[in-house]
Write a protein that binds this ligand. Structure first.
Ligand code: NAI
Length: 719
């Protein structure tokens, strides 16, 4: 668990958790660490302490299982208070303690370093340092909200605490999170040793007391305009809180608690500040929002990342060479993420010039990465050398996987499938990145439909973490296994769905835009519609995102659906609006610089002034809460249908996919968790009310009624 050694009067305490993939802070490791600290403090032969790790990472954070286990408010408070006690013990033990950060130090792992008197990190761009707790609905409860602002100032600390940014060691040095860099592990330990041998003052600035008994640095806890207590300081906090409220729309309790901790905690001593932090931490860890985010964004996402949906009996495939057909926006992005994962890429377009244009995308991104210090020039060149451009199908020979990303045209897709397959070996997988065409139909062009699968990436490929894997009727478990192995290799999150119109993600996302456009047709103010989307927690307003997707693309999908299913989708309220905008007004969205918004040259975009003439505002505007409900319930009902129809087959994939694909609000835990968030019974009642008022699209399914009557939660019913 912990290696404790003493050499040259220096104690080394190294985390080394044997039965865990990485070092984390849990009950056992904290206790073992505490005992080692006691030993070092009481040993009069020991002059100073180095804290480090024998594993690849330093300490990756707190064990979230521990948080879930310590479920009550009291347990949570007791757990965090114990951690504070341990940290406080070595921080005030008068022997110098130095953190030798040999690997990633996040959350509790970095808070442990903050309580050390000095921090040295290995200069490796893969190492991450920071306090990302807020990203899973929590906040740094191991002293992070107290020590970081005291150390680097409130102004610099708040964005790090509120955005959960992870920094590489060089950036961490610049921001003041660490004191020094080392170029090798040996140098790291040597520097740590030298620092102790130089007899430094083992006193934290927040423990330095002047003759009057005041903390010496207290007056330095400044915000723009003064210190925390000055009128200007207070004003700054009020303004900051308002800004935060605008960003989080009051949906996320953790960032608010961080602000309160910093504000309250920096007016008192460190010990009192830590007590304030513990109190807030215990409260936040009890919130449904934190529990939702931990469950979906941590546990469920990790499960998906590990390949939970992968058939177990098929040996792992090492995808070494990937062919990409079409070097447009998507193909170029897929080439980039594959090449940086160490995969050889054959990038094909209609001419080598076009394929090279696709490769330029990687050249440009890598240039930026070199500037950011993520890659060296040599590494970037190595990555680029993996992308081979071509216009010849025969160059796909030897690929383990081919991903088709040509125009969204069935005939073209069929043609490239057939001309490529001739050159593929028996085991190679052929995947389509189609966004709308059912996979089973596309697989009909293939001689080996069992090796044909859908790999739906999202744009921009390098930033979007999700890949939706679509099983055609004949797709084999082998093709699924290889696809998941590939998605894991490029470090994205896979979800697996069955073939259906719009698959899972586009189908549900389409209800968000459709409901927003329907509201427009009812005379609801467009500004109110957009505000409701954001207040519900969607990242972008429904009209704004419709413009970004492009109305002509939406119209094309409506027409295709109509053709394939006979359902008159162009004759629905939203269908009629989209048709009018495309056919009559020629306002197809952002790419044409005119849609629901207008896009003046040198000014920010704004809602199109002509909207009020086409959709005269209703004399009485609805309450924003009602619009938020319509926006969220419509998506959730569609997700439930996807789940009941077996399009998406696990709660995990439904929740994770909803958040990562189209930004369903994370505080809810995802589109199915939402039902338990509001309670199944409430959900059914509200959905019925919405259906009676606005139409059958909101009507809950028979199964939902059954669950509501069973008294179980949605999750319990299915598990
Ligand atoms: P794009 O228009 O940017 O690129 C398509 C590329 O295919 C062009 O470079 C074109 O020259 C090339 N191409 C055409 N015929 C070819 C052939 N016979 N052999 C090789 N290359 C050929 O299109 P984009 O946006 O990259 O989309 C590609 C596919 O990905 C489409 O099926 C689209 O529906 C799908 N998709 C698009 C998303 C998006 O956000 N744009 C998201 C997810 C999927």
């Amino acid at each position: 668990m912990i290696r404790y050694t003493v050499e040259d009067q220096i104690a080394t305490i190294a985390f080394n958790m044997e039965n865990a993939p990485m070092n984390v802070l849990n009950e056992e490791s904290i206790k073992a660490f505490d005992e080692a600290i006691d030993k070092a403090i009481s040993d009069t032969n020991v002059k100073g302490i180095i804290v480090t790790s024998d594993k690849k990472e330093f300490v990756a954070g707190a064990d979230l299982n521990m948080l879930l286990k310590n479920a009550s408010l009291e347990q949570s408070y007791a757990m965090i208070s114990y951690l504070h006690k341990v940290f406080r013990k070595y921080e005030s033990c008068k022997k110098p303690v130095v953190a030798a950060i040999n690997g990633t130090a996040l959350g509790g792992g970095y808070e442990l370093c903050l309580a050390c008197h000095y921090r040295i990190a290995l200069n490796d761009t893969k190492i991450q340092i920071g306090l990302p707790e807020v990203l899973i609905g929590l906040f740094p409860g191991g002293g992070g909200t107290q020590r970081l602002p005291r150390m680097i100032g409130i102004e610099k600390a708040l964005p790090l605490l509120l955005e959960g940014k992870k920094l590489n060691p060089e950036r961490a040095l610049k921001e003041g999170l660490i004191n020094e860099l080392a170029e090798s592990k040996e140098e790291l330990l040597q520097k740590a040793k030298n620092w102790i041998l130089a007899n430094p003052r083992a006193l934290q600035p927040w423990d330095e007391i002047d003759k009057k008994g005041n903390v010496v640095g207290m007056q330095n806890y400044k915000v723009p305009g003064g210190n925390v207590q000055s009128p200007k300081g207070v004003q700054t906090f009020i303004a900051g809180t308002a800004l935060l409220q605008g960003k989080t729309q009051g949906n996320y309790p953790a960032p608010q608690a961080i602000m309160e901790c910093v504000y309250e905690g920096l007016q008192v001593s460190i010990d009192d500040g830590l007590m304030i932090e513990a109190k807030h931490f215990a409260r936040i860890s009890q919130t449904p929002e934190a529990k939702n985010m931990i469950r979906t964004l941590f546990f469920a996402m990790n499960e998906a990342n590990k390949g939970a949906a992968r058939p177990k009996d098929i040996p792992t495939a090492d995808v070494k060479k990937v062919g990409i057909l079409g070097a447009g926006m998507m193909g170029a992005g897929i080439a980039y993420v594959s090449a940086i994962a160490g995969i050889e890429v054959v990038l094909k377009d209609t001419s080598v010039e076009n394929a090279e244009k696709g490769k330029d995308y990687s050249r440009n991104l890598l240039k930026k990465e070199i500037e950011r210090g993520r890659y060296s020039q040599a590494q970037a060149e190595e990555i680029l050398a993996r992308i081979h451009t071509t216009a010849e199908a025969k160059d796909m020979q030897g690929c383990d996987l081919v991903i088709e990303a040509v125009f969204e045209n069935r005939e073209l897709k069929n043609q490239v499938t057939q001309e490529t397959e001739i050159f593929l070996n028996e085991k190679a997988i052929f995947a389509s990145n189609t966004s709308t065409l059912p996979i089973t139909g596309l697989a009909e062009a293939s001689k080996r439909p069992e090796n044909f699968i859908g790999l739906h990436f999202f744009s921009p490929v390098d930033k979007m973490m999700l890949v939706e894997i679509i099983m055609g009727k004949k797709t084999s478990p082998y093709a699924l296994a290889v696809s998941i192995d590939y998605v894991k290799k490029i470090k994205k999150t896979p979800i697996v769905v069955n073939d259906s119109r719009g698959f899972y993600t586009s189908r549900v996302f389409g209800t968000y835009t459709a409901e927003s456009i329907t509201m427009l047709s009812e005379g609801i103010s467009p500004a109110l519609i957009e505000a409701a989307g954001k207040a519900a927690g969607m990242p972008v307003g429904g009209l704004d995102v419709s413009d970004a997707v492009a109305l002509d693309l939406m119209y094309k999908i409506y027409l295709q659906t109509e053709k394939d299913t006979g359902i008159k989708v162009t004759d629905t309220p939203d269908g009629r609006v989209v048709k009018k905008f495309v056919e009559e007004l020629g306002r197809v969205g952002k790419k044409a610089k005119k849609g629901f918004y207008e896009y003046p040259e040198d000014e920010p975009k704004r809602l199109w002034s002509g909207l009020k003439d086409i959709f005269p505002p209703a004399p009485i505007q609805p309450d924003i809460e009602e619009l938020k409900k319509r926006i969220l319930y419509r998506q959730v009902i569609e997700t439930v249908k996807c789940f009941e129809e077996n399009v998406v087959t696990t709660l995990r994939d439904a929740d994770v996919g909803s958040i990562l694909a189209w930004g369903f609000p994370p505080y809810t835990g995802g589109a199915l968790s939402f039902i338990d968030y509001v309670g199944v019974e409430n959900f059914v009642k509200e959905a019925d009310r919405l259906a009676n008022t606005y139409g059958e699209r909101f009507r809950p399914t028979a199964r939902l009624r059954e669950i509501a009557q069973s008294g179980k939660s949605f999750r319990e019913f299915y598990q």
